[in-house]
Design a protein around this ligand. Structure first.
Ligand code: WTA
Length: 659
C-alpha cells in the first residue's frame, strides 16, 4: 500500500509564536536538537535515562544499574536497586516546597461547579486515604480495584494506593457489572473503591449499584467497599462490607509516611483488550513508568511552571493514568479533572473550559474533535482560546480533516498540534512531534520519542522493511523505561502477545509505514482489536457476549469505518435451529453486549444471517465480512475456496441491499 495522499499533505513548520518571547522557551527548540537527543537516547540509554532519572525523580535509595534484561528474554528492568515512592514524587515534594500551588482543578458536570485542590491539601487527602487503606488491612503489593467517576478523589485513590505500595487496578466506570467482576476476580482484589453515583452530562450513573451487582452471588476476595459520597442519593448498603469514605477518613491522621518501593515493584494494573477473549491485566513498574510519564509530559506537551494543563481522558483508560494523573502531578503541574462531556450543557463546553481556566495544553481524542467539528464553528465563536500552546490528540488515527480543523479553529494556527501515538502497554507516548522542534504533517504522529527505536517489519518474514512508504507492522527494537513488564498472573501471555511474534522486538499490533522523512504513519490494528472512539475492544470479547444469548449459534464481529467514531462494530450472528427471527432480537442482542461489556461496546449494526463465510475447515473468514461492510466487496479476491461461496452474495445483499 502506498501513501497516495501524502504529496497533497502540507507540512506545517513549528508556529513562530512558540519560538517567540511571548511563550516560554520550548524545552527542545529545533529539529536538530531533537535528533541529537534522540540519537543519544538510543545509543547510550544508560547515560541518557540514568541522568534524567536522577535529575527528575526523587529516590529514597539511589539506583546503581540503569538497565537490565532484554526483549528476547522478557526480563526488562530499569533502575534496579533504586527505591522510590510514586506518591511522594507526585505530591509530597511539591507540597513541601509549594503547598499553595493548585494541583487539581475539578470542573464538575455543571460548569459552575469548580473545585480547586492545592498540593498541600492533596497531601493531606491522600495521606488520610492511605491510612484508611492501612486500617482496612491493605499491605504492600495488594491489588485494589478503583471503580470511580471523574472526580479528584479518584486521583486521591490512585495516589493513596501508591503511597502504601498497593497496586491500583482502575476499571473504567462505563464497564458493566460483569466486566467489573471479571477484573475483580482476576486481580484477587480485597478492596474496591467507588462512589455512590457519578454525574455525567446531567445524568446520574449508578456506580455503587454496579459494584453491588458485580459482587452479588459470586465468590470474590472482596472484603470492603469504600464509598465516596458524590451525589448523596440513597444507595443499598451491605453491613460490615461497605464503609463511607468520609467517615473513615475523618477518623485518621492527615499524614502517612510513603512506603519505599523498589523501582521494579508494580505500580498498577490496567486491563485492556487483546486478540483473544479475556482482557489482560497489563502490569506497569514504578520507576520506569514514572520516568516515562514525567518526561513525555515535559517534552511532548512542553510543560512549564505556570501552565494549566488539561487532559480530557477518563481515569479508566491509560491516558487518564499517565496524562491526567501521574505525568502532570510528577511535574508539579496543575491538572484539570473534567467530569462532563464535550457537549454538556452545549457544544461550547471545551472552549468555555479553556477560556475559564486559561488552559495552556489541551489533550483530547479525534472522536471528540470530529463530533465538535460536525456541530459547527459557531460554538467556538466569541471564546478566547489564546492561552493555548499545545493541542494533543490520542487514541486513534486523526485524519487530516480533523487535524486541520483542530489546528485552525481551535489553535488559530498558533499552537503545536501533537498527534501522540502509544498504547496501554507502552506506558507513555512513543511517537509524537515535540512542540518547538518538529514540523508536522496532518495524519502522521511524526517521529519517535527519546529511547524509542521503531522499525517496520514484514508481517510474514519478520524482516525489517526499509522501503519508503511500505506498510508493515510497527515494532520497537529496544526496551524503554515505561514499557509494560508483564500481564498479571500470565507472563506467558505477555511473551506470546508482544515479544514472541518477532523475537528481539516489541510488537505493537499496529500497521505502519515510514515516509521519506522518516515520519511514522500509523495504519491501525492488524489484529482483532477494534477501536471505537478510542475505546479498545476485542472482537472475540463481543462475540462471546453475543453467543451468550440463547438464540445465537455463532457470531462474527468486525470493525467498519465510521466518520465519527473511527471504527464501529458490525456483528453477524447466525441463530440456533428452530429459532425464529423476531423483531426484538436485535435489540435484545445489543442489550446483551451492553450488559456483559458496557454501553460503549454496543454494535452499530447486527445482521442475522443464515451462515457465515467459512473455510472448508469451518473457520469464519472475517476478512470477507470486513470488506463487505466497508464497501470493498468488489475486491474480495478468490472466494471459491469457501465451504459455500454462495454465502457471499447473500451477505452483500444483506448489508447493501439487492445489487
Ligand atoms: C491506537 C491509548 C493512531 C493504536 C493511548 C494503538 C493510535 C491503540 C494513536 C492503543 C494515534 C493510539 N494514531 N492510532 N495517535 N494512539 N492509537 O491501549 O491502534 O487504549 O495500538 O492506548 O490505539 O489503545 P490504548
Amino acid at each position: 500500500m502506498t501513501l497516495a495522499t501524502q504529496e497533497e499533505i502540507h507540512t506545517h513548520p513549528v508556529p513562530e509564536r512558540l519560538l517567540s518571547s511571548s511563550c516560554p522557551t520550548p524545552h527542545v527548540s529545533s529539529l536538530d536538537t531533537y535528533r541529537q537527543m534522540w540519537k543519544e537516547s538510543v545509543e547510550d540509554p544508560d547515560k541518557f535515562f540514568g541522568d534524567r532519572a536522577r535529575e527528575l525523580l526523587t529516590w529514597s535509595k539511589p539506583f546503581q544499574t540503569v538497565r537490565h534484561g532484554s526483549l528476547e528474554e522478557g526480563d526488562v528492568a530499569w533502575f534496579l536497586e533504586g527505591e522510590i515512592n510514586a506518591c511522594y514524587n507526585a505530591v509530597d515534594r511539591h507540597a513541601l516546597k509549594n503547598p499553595n500551588k493548585v494541583a487539581i482543578i475539578h470542573e464538575g458536570d455543571e460548569p459552575d461547579n469548580v473545585r480547586k485542590i492545592t498540593y498541600g491539601e492533596l497531601l493531606r487527602d491522600v495521606s488520610r486515604m492511605a491510612n484508611v487503606l492501612k486500617n482496612l488491612g491493605v499491605r504492600k503489593g495488594d491489588n485494589i480495584v478503583v471503580y470511580m467517576p471523574m472526580i479528584p478523589e479518584t486521583l486521591v485513590a490512585l495516589l493513596a494506593c501508591a503511597r502504601v505500595g498497593a497496586v491500583h487496578s482502575v476499571v473504567f466506570a462505563g464497564f458493566s457489572a460483569e466486566s467489573l467482576r471479571d477484573r475483580v476476580v482476576d486481580s484477587s482484589a480485597r478492596i474496591i473503591l467507588t462512589s455512590d453515583e457519578g454525574r455525567r452530562g446531567g445524568k446520574n450513573i449508578a456506580t455503587k449499584r454496579i459494584v453491588d451487582d458485580a459482587l452479588r452471588d459470586h465468590q470474590t476476595h472482596v472484603e470492603h467497599v469504600v464509598v465516596y459520597q458524590r451525589t448523596g442519593s440513597p444507595v443499598p448498603w451491605v453491613e460490615d462490607r461497605d464503609v463511607w469514605w468520609h467517615e473513615e477518613t475523618a477518623k485518621v491522621r492527615a499524614f502517612c509516611p510513603p512506603e519505599p518501593m523498589n523501582s521494579e515493584d508494580p505500580l498498577f494494573l490496567l486491563y485492556t483488550s487483546g486478540s483473544t477473549g479475556s482482557p489482560k491485566g497489563i502490569q506497569h513498574s514504578t520507576g520506569g513508568y514514572m520516568l516515562g510519564a514525567m518526561m513525555t509530559l515535559k517534552y511532548i506537551f512542553d510543560y512549564h511552571e505556570n501552565d494549566v494543563y488539561a487532559c480530557m481522558a477518563d481515569v479508566g483508560w491509560i491516558t487518564g493514568h499517565t496524562y491526567l494523573t501521574y505525568g502532570p502531578l510528577l511535574n508539579g503541574a496543575t491538572t484539570v479533572v473534567f467530569e462532563s462531556t464535550p457537549t454538556y450543557p452545549n457544544p461550547s463546553r471545551f472552549w468555555d473550559l479553556i477560556q475559564k481556566h486559561k488552559i495552556t495544553q489541551f489533550y483530547t481524542a479525534p472522536t471528540a474533535i470530529r463530533a465538535l467539528r460536525r456541530l459547527g464553528d459557531q460554538w467556538l465563536e466569541g471564546y478566547d482560546l489564546s492561552s493555548l500552546r499545545v493541542l494533543g490528540s490520542v487514541g486513534e488515527p486523526i485524519g487530516s480533516d480533523a487535524w486541520d480543523w483542530y489546528n485552525e479553529k481551535v489553535g488559530k494556527g498558533q499552537c503545536a498540534v501533537v498527534d501522540t501515538y502509544w498504547q496501554t502497554e507502552t506506558g507513555s507516548i512513543i511517537v509524537s512531534p515535540l512542540p518547538g522542534a518538529t514540523p508536522t504533517k496532518p495524519g502522521s504522529a511524526t517521529l519517535p520519542f527519546f529511547g524509542i527505536k521503531p522499525v517496520i517489519l514484514d508481517p510474514t518474514t519478520g524482516k525489517e522493511l526499509n522501503q519508503v512508504d511500505e506498510t508493515g507492522v510497527l515494532a520497537i527494537s529496544q526496551p524503554w523505561p515505561s514499557m509494560a513488564r508483564t500481564v498479571y498472573n500470565n507472563h506467558h501471555r505477555f511473551l506470546e502477545t508482544y515479544l514472541k511474534p518477532y523475537p528481539g522486538y516489541y510488537f505493537t499490533g499496529d500497521g505502519a509505514a515510514l515516509d521519506k522523512d522518516g515520519y511514522i504513519w500509523i495504519r491501525g490494528r492488524v489484529d482483532d482489536v477494534i477501536n471505537v472512539s478510542g475505546h479498545r475492544l476485542s472482537t472475540a470479547e463481543i462475540e462471546s457476549a453475543l453467543v451468550h444469548h440463547e438464540a445465537v449459534a455463532e457470531a462474527a464481529v468486525i470493525g467498519g469505518h465510521d466518520d465519527l467514531t473511527g471504527q464501529c462494530i458490525h456483528a453477524f450472528v447466525s441463530l440456533k435451529p428452530h429459532i425464529d427471527t423476531n423483531d426484538g432480537l436485535e435489540k435484545e442482542l445489543t442489550l446483551q453486549v451492553r450488559k456483559i461489556i458496557g454501553p460503549f461496546a454496543s454494535p452499530k449494526r447486527i445482521y442475522v444471517v443464515q451462515d457465515h463465510p467459512k473455510t472448508r475447515s469451518g473457520k469464519i473468514m472475517r476478512r470477507i465480512l470486513r470488506k463487505i461492510v466497508n464497501g470493498e466487496h468488489d475486491q474480495l479476491g478468490d472466494v471459491s475456496t469457501l465451504a459455500d461461496p454462495s454465502v457471499v452474495v447473500v451477505l452483500i445483499e444483506k448489508v447493501h441491499g439487492p445489487q
